[in-house]
Design a protein around this ligand. Structure first.
Ligand code: NAD
Ligand code: DAU
Length: 352
């Protein structure tokens, strides 16, 4: 048996593959384009595993995908591949439309052709699992209940609009052609191997270099934080037992403001890697110009996946962030290798 994972050299995909190989005796094929966010260093611990294969390529490559499907005959495809950074989508959304919309459409189309030709028993067991985000639902007011799967889609930035488009395509391929799909919409992940353009790894990286910690606007925006390995476990459970055509919201039930997260990171670093003399890392927190169209609050109601599939997050935000800070401290070689040339150009452009 084999599964095909796309975008497995990125943050969540790499954690998923490592997790999969630790918990399952089943081949995983990783298709990744290796954009700036894809990093094979994330997978050095599994590169010699006989159940792992890597192929560099694009989900939108309609010559490659049919060949891969014919060669590996996966029982499932799990789509992590995406352009994922909101701030980059605000500068230019071209690549987001290319991968998250056109790429997903072509991937679905090629999978549909392959699936249609499978013998009935394999057809019935096949799954396409699409990994998506809470951002498709838009933003919540402070007193509104968390997003359920029945909330309407109101994406507010080019990234979330492109992910919303992909979710709609996945739904349509099920409704129109019967393709056996599953969709997961998850809240903010954090943990090992996250590229230091996102809030938590950026702040750890900057703090260790005694650089400012740039909080957008008033720093009171709320995110629902989930440790990445909890997300991976949820995806495994949805893949094995999720109802075809269904959507599952996944969240950590850990709503925190960005300021609270920044303070928590600084307190942990003050304790385990004290910086300059008696001064706390908190002195580096700096309020900067807000993100345009910045969503004020996200929160996920995970009742469905908890009730129907028995999934629960195992980390609290406090335990998960502590583990994450330790991982970054112990993996400064990884950080140095991922924050070279292009990274500096991005930081200059975004924070000048
Ligand atoms: P990431 O940016 O770290 O990784 C994306 C990966 O996809 C990279 O390895 C990249 O090389 C690859 N990729 C990009 N375009 C590709 C293409 N056309 N063909 C093949 N590979 C391509 O992203 P992430 O944070 O790991 O997110 C993974 C998925 O989870 C995304 O779909 C994202 O929308 C979703 N998601 C992320 C979060 C989060 O907090 N990071 C939360 C919810 C959902
Ligand atoms: O909610 C799920 C989404 O979470 C995923 O779909 C996205 O792929 C993922 O990137 C993430 O999006 P966010 O925009 O929420 O993540 P980011 O880490 O970029 O920002 C988290 C919060 O921190 C957000 O309110 C913006 C703020 N922020 C971010 C950066 C990079 C800052 O205040 N300063 C910063 O420098």
């Amino acid at each position: 048996m084999t599964i095909l994972v796309t975008g497995g050299a990125g943050f969540i995909g790499a954690n998923f593959i490592i997790d999969w190989l630790q918990t399952r005796n089943e081949v995983v094929v990783n298709l990744d384009k290796l954009t700036y966010a894809g990093n094979l260093r994330n997978l050095t611990s599994v590169e010699d595993n006989q159940n792992y294969a890597f192929i560099q390529g694009d989900i939108g490559d309609s010559a490659l995908i049919p060949k891969l499907l014919a060669e590996y005959k996966p029982r499932a495809v799990i789509n992590f591949a995406a352009e994922s950074h909101v701030d980059r989508s605000i500068h230019c959304a071209e690549d987001f439309i290319g991968t998250n919309v056109v790429g997903v459409y072509r991937l679905l189309n090629n999978i549909l052709s392959h699936w249609s030709e499978l013998p009935e028993t394999e057809k019935a067991g096949f799954r396409f699992l699409h990994v998506s985000t809470d951002e498709v639902y838009g933003a919540l007011e402070p007193d509104e209940p968390a997003f359920t799967e029945d909330n309407s889609y109101k994406p507010n930035n080019p990234y979330s609009a492109s992910k919303a488009a992909s979710d709609h395509l996945v739904r349509a391929f099920h409704h129109t052609y019967g393709l056996p799909v599953l969709t997961t919409n998850c809240s903010n992940n954090y943990g090992p191997f996250q590229f230091p353009e996102k809030l938590i790894p950026l702040f750890i990286h900057n703090a260790l270099a005694q650089k400012s910690l740039p909080l957008y606007g008033d720093g009171r925006q709320v995110r629902d934080w989930l440790y990445v390995r909890d997300h991976c476990a949820a995806i495994r459970q949805v893949l094995e037992a999720g109802e075809v055509g269904e959507v599952y919201n996944i969240g950590g039930n850990n709503e925190k403001t960005n300021l609270e997260i920044a303070n928590m990171l600084c307190e942990i670093l003050d304790e385990i890697r004290p910086g300059n003399g008696a001064e706390s890392y908190k002195s580096l927190i700096t309020l900067v110009k807000d993100r345009p169209g910045h969503d004020r609050r996200y929160a996920m109601d995970s009742s469905r996946i908890q009730r129907d599939l028995g999934w629960r997050a195992s980390e609290t935000v406090e335990s998960g962030i502590r583990k994450t800070v330790s991982w970054y401290l112990e993996n400064q070689d990884w950080v140095a290798a991922t924050t070279g040339g292009d990274y500096h150009n991005w930081v200059r452009k975004q924070y000048r």
